[in-house]
Design a protein around this ligand. Structure first.
Ligand code: HEC
Length: 246
């Protein structure tokens, strides 16, 4: 029995250590997004449908989910978040056909339903803030030479890279990006843009695991039930032991 408990403990310790290791992202900025902030997730949804769904889908999410989970009315979802003759039972599918995307970008833009889990919130947050313009078009410090253009450049403005010549260990000189500078301001200030991306990330975290919102709502009831149950058990305990203790 004891050795079972010890090995369970060791496993839990190992699991938490590897979780910590997985949580390190090198140079990524901390997203600070909050999936339980409903207003933030709603703003993120608006950005997502307006700026991302021309190319990307979230093919496991139906418009109906947004009604149920984000406390929006059917009219709000159909009027503001769905385009054309979409119905609530439809999935959030990209406007672009895969064949066209492949022809234009060389790759089919990946489905974004699970990206917040596969890449992590910090990766997306940093990626969406790290596009910079070069003579050959857009580049990105997180995903080098992406097939995705900077679709939010009108909001963020245009960043350029500050580079430095650095000598690698083999003696070869390489040009490295040391920072990004805003060359031409966009419609948003840098603080506003960061907030918009935080909202977008919060929405992407929500679609990657919609049940987490329900879990939190249920959690409070579970907690109340357990408290009440503990209290009743305590009363029963008093009642049963009253005579024994005498
Ligand atoms: C014009 C089409 C287009 C639009 C619009 C677009 N993307 Fe992309 N996106 C792409 C393509 C193409 C790729 C693949 C990039 C690559 O692998 O080089 C991509 C890749 C990504 C990735 C990386 C996914 C991964 O796991 O590798 C993320 C995250 C992403 N897009 C987020 C967004 C967000 C958020 C928006 C909306 C603000 C958006 N994209 C709008 C075309 C687009």
């Amino acid at each position: 029995m004891i050795d079972r408990i010890v090995s369970m403990g060791a496993m839990l310790l190992l699991a938490s250590l590897s979780l910590q290791a997985a949580g390190k992202y090198g140079d990524l900025d901390h997203a600070g997004s909050n999936v339980f902030d409903q207003a933030s997730v709603q703003r993120g949804a608006t950005l997502f449908v307006n700026y991302c769904m021309s190319c990307h889908s979230a093919e496991f999410v139906r418009y109906q989910h947004l009604v149920n989970d984000l406390d929006l009315s059917e009219e709000e979802v159909l009027g503001n978040l769905a385009f054309g003759d979409q119905e609530l039972s439809d999935y959030l599918l990209a406007a672009m056909r895969d064949e066209d995307a492949e022809e234009w970008f060389g790759v089919v833009p990946p489905d974004l339903t699970l990206t917040a889990r596969s890449r992590g919130p910090d990766w997306i947050y940093t990626f969406m803030r790290s596009f910079y313009l070069t003579d050959d078009g857009w580049n990105n410090t997180v995903l080098e030479h992406p097939s995705m253009p900077h679709v939010l450049w009108e909001l963020q403005g245009i960043q350029r890279a500050v580079t430095e010549q650095r000598e690698a260990s083999g003696g070869e000189v390489r040009t490295e990006v040391v920072s990004l500078e805003l060359d031409q301001p966009g419609a948003m200030s840098p603080t506003e843009y960061d907030r918009a991306i935080r909202d977008l990330v919060a929405f992407m975290e929500y679609i990657s695991e919609p049940a987490q919102l329900t879990r939190k709502r249920l959690g409070i009831w579970v907690f109340l039930f357990l408290s009440l149950f503990t209290f009743i058990s305590w009363l029963l305990y008093q009642e049963y032991w009253k005579d024994v203790k005498k």
